[in-house]
Design a protein around this ligand. Structure first.
Ligand code: NAP
Length: 257
């Protein structure tokens, strides 16, 4: 398949999405940008030079109607996108005393249901055309359970499983599927964290890893390597050993609340 000319990116106004949008623009791609805050989105586009390669299509990914309207705008402007990147997501650290079903539902709605909503809107056009690239942004925290991340980890594990299954179902039509699993990236989302974040990288560096992986149509893009390969190794540890080790590394056994 040719590499994508037209890309639809959600979560485009901040952090990883912002860095990716700039990178795609630099590489000469048409980029349609989605986020909820339309004023911030328009300011961001204006700051990038109001380039004719950019299109602001505000939407909340939890709303199929809003996403549908955004998708129709892209089609009317450039035709159906070649690549859809479900990047919009958020995180709420939840110690046991603050774990509520409502907060969990918020994360599931944005990170998992919102990502699936985004990926499936363009699927019929891609299947008909016999080409396209569907991309979801997961997290290394999807590999195994971590402290404070019961809901977040579940959404990202769910998304990874969704993408793995989807690949079987769409590859015979000529479509590509990629899961992006970042380690810690410095963004407004991680600026809220008060715990140590090993091997944290800048968003531009993350965009660089992602750009290179997408150009190769990789099944999974995970980074930074030293951290992601350690996480992969931890996946094969027997559960009690994994639990004891993570408790020790993160100090979670001492934490209360
Ligand atoms: N930073 C990390 O260390 C890290 C690590 C692993 C995975 N990730 C994943 O990478 C993705 C981007 O994270 P980030 O750190 O760049 O976050 P961020 O800086 O907080 O940016 C989040 C972006 O998503 C948009 N957004 C949030 N909720 C939305 C919704 N319901 N509908 C549409 N847009 C929405 C936000 O704009 P509006 O508020 O205007 O909607 C913003 O543009 C997320 O999926 C996150 O889980 C991040």
């Amino acid at each position: 398949m040719e590499n994508a000319r037209t890309i639809w990116l959600t979560g485009a106004t901040s952090g990883i999405g912002e860095a990716l949008a700039k990178r795609f623009l630099k590489e000469g791609r048409n980029v349609a940008l989605t986020a909820r805050n339309s004023r911030k989105l328009k300011t961001f586009v204006a700051r990038l030079g109001n380039d004719e390669s950019l299109l602001a299509v505000p939407a909340d990914v939890t709303s199929s109607e809003q996403l549908g309207a955004a998708y129709r705008s892209i089609k009317e402007t450039w035709g159906a996108p070649d690549m859809v990147i479900a990047n919009a997501g958020t995180h709420i650290n939840m110690p046991a005393s603050e774990l509520t079903a409502e907060k969990c539902r918020t994360l599931i709605d944005i990170n998992l249901v919102g990502a699936i909503n985004t990926l499936l809107i363009g699927l019929p056009d891609m299947l008909e055309r016999g080409s396209g690239h569907l991309v979801g942004v997961g997290s290394l925290s999807s590999y195994r359970g971590l402290p404070l991340a019961a809901a977040y980890g579940a959404t990202k594990a769910g998304l990874n499983n969704f993408l793995q299954s989807l690949r079987f179902d769409v590859e015979t039509y000529g479509l590509h599927v990629t899961a992006i699993n970042p380690g810690f990236v410095k963004t407004p989302l991680t600026d809220r964290n008060t715990y140590p974040m090993p091997l944290i990288i800048e968003a531009d560096k993350a965009a660089d890893y992602i750009w290179r992986g997408l150009e190769k149509h990789k099944m999974e893009i995970h980074f930074p390597a030293a951290f992601s390969w350690s996480c992969k190794l931890l996946r094969v540890l027997p559960y009690p050993l994994y639990h004891a080790l993570v408790r020790r590394i993160t100090g979670s056994a001492k934490r209360r609340g």
